[in-house]
Design a binder for this molecule. Structure first.
Ligand SMILES: *Cc1c(COP(=O)(O)O)cnc(C)c1O
Length: 399
């Protein structure tokens, strides 16, 4: 007799080398498939935060800027993120939101490109905030926005292009874009490639240095589990650091911040991307959360992510009556991130019922059910259960 998908789930869990990482997280009975919006809490973070608050803040107070390493946290934590995105040390700094870092990166890249390049290409399918910010950056720097689908960037880029801003993974469909190919085409045209890694970092290898990316941004509260509103990061490739001219030259990026001099002089290195006083509590929660990556190879994470999304699609085919959902997520592994998006009629009511039954995904209005697969803490039995409950909801069973 052939194996059922349920038996297969148990076999895949038993063979999963990453399965034991689940113990590093505080989880409950629910199947949590929304870690691509807000990563789960790593179990050791509350105790670390209690120490930060009671001892570092409560007892050491101002001394902690130095003695507890608060002042240098943005670069130190940037160097913890760097290996996850394929960057050598000294190129990533953690501060501000992704939106603010998109602004720094796009304006900074436009300034690096020079005044004769008057176009900014923006991923036509981008997460909205990147588009809003790029539009403002274009107005401020006297350039115009050209919306382009990521796959068309190599054809659209030319001598007038200053910057191309692209999302590595489409937040809606889960489509993975060709970062190496697009970056190479943008650079060959003399423009700068700026990537948004919000939906890829922590789910798959990015290879920023290997592929010659110019600048990149990403958030830390999705696959990196940094906590609600944890600060984002900015990558500026080493070759651009000396000439990177931040549009937000706050005192934290001054070469001598405590000199309190009237004139701005940019510090060297990644910390040139800093602006003002960092949000230390969020930063240190993120730093602690990054411990869950100790000993984890991102290639293993990618392999498991693809196995999970393949298996979810297989379970959906097995359980859900034909025609009830349509996958928007590419079948080809080279084009798939770490989520599955299913188009479904009455998606809002379906997702509400899924959540009520302990399968937490999210909704992209009007008609997309989105399921994020975070390989550090989602397993194959969870995946089978999610598809089974989805089928029950869609067929009105098991309520
Ligand atoms: C989540 C996400 C953001 C979020 O931006 P914030 O400034 O952190 O709110 C930006 N871009 C993309 C592609 C995202 O997925």
């Amino acid at each position: 007799m052939s194996e059922t998908v349920r038996e297969k789930a148990l076999r895949l869990d038993a063979d999963d080398r990453l399965a034991k990482l689940r113990e590093r997280f505080a989880l409950d009975e629910a199947v949590y498939l929304d870690g691509n919006s807000l990563g789960a809490l790593p179990a050791h973070v509350p105790a670390r935060m209690a120490d930060v608050i009671t001892r570092e803040w409560g007892e050491l107070r101002i001394r902690s800027w130095d003695e507890s390493g608060w002042w240098t946290a943005p670069e130190r934590i940037g160097d913890r993120i760097a290996p996850l995105v394929g960057a050598a040390p000294g190129q990533v700094v953690v501060s501000d939101s992704t939106s603010v870092n998109v602004f720094k990166a796009v304006v900074g890249a436009a300034r690096l490109a020079g005044d004769d390049r008057d176009e900014i290409l923006v991923d036509a399918t981008t997460f909205p905030t990147d588009g809003y910010i790029a539009e403002s950056a274009a107005r401020m720097t006297g350039r115009r926005i050209v919306p382009v689908a990521p796959a068309d960037v190599p054809d659209a880029v030319g001598p007038r292009t200053a910057v191309a801003l692209v999302n590595h993974v489409d937040y809606r469909t889960g489509r993975l874009h060709d970062l190496p190919g697009i970056t190479a085409a943008v650079r060959a045209a003399g423009a700068l490639a700026v990537w948004d890694l919000c939906h890829s970092a922590g789910a798959l290898p990015v290879g920023l240095d290997a592929h010659g990316v110019d600048l990149a941004v990403g958030c830390t509260y999705k696959y990196l589990n940094g906590g609600p509103g944890s600060p984002a990061y900015l990558y500026v490739a080493e070759r651009h650091q000396a000439t990177f001219d931040s549009p937000l030259p706050g005192w934290n990026s001054h070469t001598d911040p405590f000199g309190m001099t009237p004139g701005y002089e940019a510090a060297a290195g990644a910390l040139r991307g800093r602006v003002g006083t960092p949000d230390i509590l969020s930063l240190l929660a993120l730093e602690a959360a990054l411990d869950v990556w100790d000993g984890v190879d991102i290639e293993d994470v990618r392999a498991k992510s693809l196995a999970l999304t393949d298996f979810f699609l297989e379970c959906v085919r097995e359980y859900v009556p034909a025609g009830r959902v349509e996958s928007l997520t590419p079948g080809a592994h080279a084009e798939r991130g770490s989520q599955v998006a299913l188009r479904c009629t009455e998606a809002p009511a379906v997702m509400a019922e899924l959540i009520r039954r302990g399968v937490v995904g999210d909704l992209r209005r009007p008609d997309v059910l989105r399921f994020g697969f975070t390989p550090l803490y989602v397993g194959f039995a969870d995946t089978e259960r999610a598809a089974r409950v989805l089928a029950e909801v869609l067929t009105g069973r098991g309520a």
